[in-house]
Design a protein around this ligand. Structure first.
Ligand SMILES: [Fe+2]
Ligand SMILES: [Fe+2]
Length: 613
């Protein structure tokens, strides 16, 4: 390298290196590299075309998916000083060539270079030996009214040796300042010299680094987002009771966040995410907000009756009633054999049969959990359950290892058969004790009341549940999903740009008044995005039409119930106002609710400024 060239070139190369090391979009970086390459070599024109590989065939599939389209080249960047000088920039070379794709074929110069990795340094592309396997395609010249003469085509090799693109320079000018025409090009250009070629090969390698880095980063981002949506989809698919929740909550959360960011006055005027990265962080948090539900047993999530474990145990209890009825019939027959009064015995049996039918109907209705189960009902249940029956079979037979251990660690008072059993009972072996490892990790600041047992399958214990079908132990397991969400996300090595994902995902069950879970955070600890998540989570659950156990609520009913959450200090009043006044509630409803749910409520009575009812 001559001193003159190094004086001029070195700072330019350093400027390129600085640009590459900083953040920048790929096209701008390629533009910079191409313009410097042209400046170093006095090239009038140039392009960078990138290789686009067809999707590889998937293992086990007969045909590649999607259908094979072959490898392609496409114009990523294109510059032409002479043509651009002659026309408006908007009609320049870049606008005419950009994004044009053509098959990666060895017959074209760029295709040959990309496929073989060979540098082609051609003095005059129109004087190419016709016996060569590649040729110059003059169609572009004809279309643009240009005349390419000397051409340098250099492969852009990635660190792994793969050609990711081709840098092509056209028409090295004798005088860098001159504007070429189709007529003057031949006379005013010279071939690219070996020094220029070496320099351009180095720049092409730099361009390859940019392309590879961008593709790697984009690929990582796409993979991360695909794994996140896969996880959310798996949770939604796990239960028909919550289907679609993980997918719809982010939609609603983003709608409300957009409305909040658009505020220029009022209490939310200062709220801004401020950057695409911060938006992405929020979106990922919203997608992952219930990821801990992968650990929640379906038998609890889907528990439809109080006695359900994996199956509804009402059948077992009904069989016991059948036993009691047969006992009554046997008693009558034994009475007859002993010479008892038939009329009196028949009457006693009829009375007992009616009593058992009525008692079973009460127990069966209790099992449904549809109505509040008050203290007198619990007492009645206990009285019914206190009746006894005789068990003649060993109840430790046919048990799996774990159940056998649990059953035999509590031997009954007497082992003799027949044994007297209660009609309904809470047995010691109904209780599954919590291991220390099943307690929420203290280091994340969880403040929840943890039941002593993981499960309590006692029949009276389950049937006595006052609201719904879940015991305190099962309710804890449901709520524990948020503990699992936080624990899982806090253990992931998120980069700094995603540092708040766990916060956004893990706060949607907290309340402004400080009695939420799992940390009982207060208003001063709940950010605007966290408050948005709480509203989105509740509203989706209220309006969801895919819960098999309940009728879908109308938009009016859902807004009224959500206003109740606001009144009780659960959710943010300003964001709830915005939710209504911005029309987010209606836009969400139009996209996700069924037509029969859309009743366009009058929002005025629900706003903070509404006069007291
Ligand atoms: Fe949740
Ligand atoms: Fe949720």
């Amino acid at each position: 390298m001559t001193d003159a060239v190094s004086d001029r070139t070195l700072p330019e190369i350093l400027a390129i290196a600085t640009a590459i090391s900083g953040a920048g979009d790929l096209r701008s970086l390629l533009h910079l590299i191409l313009s410097k390459a042209r400046a170093f070599t006095a090239a009038d024109a140039g392009s960078i075309v990138l290789v686009e590989r067809a999707a590889p065939a998937r293992f086990g599939m007969e045909e590649p998916q999607p259908a094979p389209t072959g490898d392609h080249l496409w114009f990523a960047v294109s510059q032409n000083a002479s043509l651009d000088a002659a026309v408006e920039p908007a009609a320049g070379i870049e606008q005419q060539l950009l994004d044009i794709r053509f098959p990666l074929s060895p017959e074209r110069l760029a295709g040959w270079c990309a496929l073989t990795g060979e540098v082609l340094n051609i003095p005059d592309v129109y004087a190419l030996d016709p016996d060569l396997p590649y040729r110059f395609d003059s169609a572009v010249d004809r279309r643009l009214g240009y005349r390419a003469v000397s051409m340098l085509t250099v492969p852009m090799r990635s660190a792994g040796g793969q050609v990711v693109g081709v840098l092509q320079l056209i028409n090295r000018k004798r005088d860098p300042a001159v504007v070429l025409t189709a007529e003057t090009a031949e006379a005013q250009t010279v071939p690219f010299d070996p020094f220029s070629q070496g320099l351009i090969e180095a720049l092409a390698a730099l361009a390859a680094v940019c392309v590879e880095r961008t593709r790697l980063l984009e690929g990582q981002d796409r993979l991360l987002e695909a794994i996140i949506t896969l996880l959310a989809g798996a949770i939604d698919a796990k239960s028909p009771y919550t289907g679609g929740h993980c997918e719809r909550v982010p939609e609603l959360a983003l709608l409300l966040a957009e409305a909040a960011e658009a505020q220029t006055e009022g209490p939310l005027a200062s709220f801004r995410f401020g950057s695409p990265e911060a938006w992405r962080e929020f979106r990922i948090g919203a997608w992952l907000h219930d990821c801990g539900k992968v650990t929640t047993p379906e038998s609890v999530v889907d528990k439809a009756t109080k006695l359900e474990t994996i199956v509804n145990r009402i059948h077992e209890i009904r069989t016991r009633f059948e036993v009691l009825l047969r006992d009554a019939r046997i008693e009558r027959l034994e009475g007859l054999l002993a010479g008892g009064d038939p009329a009196e015995l028949d009457g006693r049996l009829a009375e007992r049969q009616a009593e058992l039918q009525e008692q079973f109907a009460f127990v069966a209705a209790s099992n449904l959990g549809g109505e509040f189960f008050d203290a007198p009902s619990v007492e009645r249940l206990r009285q019914i359950g206190a009746q006894t029956w005789q068990r003649h079979f060993d109840d430790t037979l046919g048990l799996a290892w774990e159940e056998h251990q649990r059953r035999c660690s509590h031997p009954p008072a007497g082992d003799a058969l027949p044994a007297t059993e209660q009609l309904l009972a809470d047995q010691p072996w109904h209780r599954l004790r919590r291991d220390p490892g099943q307690r929420p990790e203290a280091r994340f600041g969880f403040r929840m009341d943890v039941p002593e047992d993981t499960f309590h399958r006692g029949e009276l214990h389950n049937l006595s549940v006052s609201r719904g079908t879940l015991t305190a132990e099962e309710r804890f397991l449901i709520n524990d999903h948020i503990v699992q969400t936080i624990t899982m996300l806090e253990n992931l090595p998120f980069p700094p740009s995603l540092a708040r994902v766990a916060e956004y995902a893990g706060t949607h069950h907290e309340t402004l008044r400080g009695d939420g879970y799992p940390r009982r955070l207060g208003a001063d600890q709940l950010s605007v995005p966290a408050r948005i998540m709480a509203i989105a989570d509740i509203f989706e659950a209220l309006t969801a039409a895919d819960r098999p156990y309940k009728r879908a609520k109308t938009l009016s009913e859902s807004v009224r119930i959500l206003a109740g959450f606001r009144d009780r200090g659960h959710i943010d009043a300003d964001l709830f106002d915005l939710f209504l006044t911005s029309g987010v509630h209606r836009r969400y409803a139009e996209r996700f609710l069924r037509p029969e749910q859309l009743d366009d409520p009058d929002i005025t009575p629900f706003l903070q400024s509404a006069p007291p009812a």
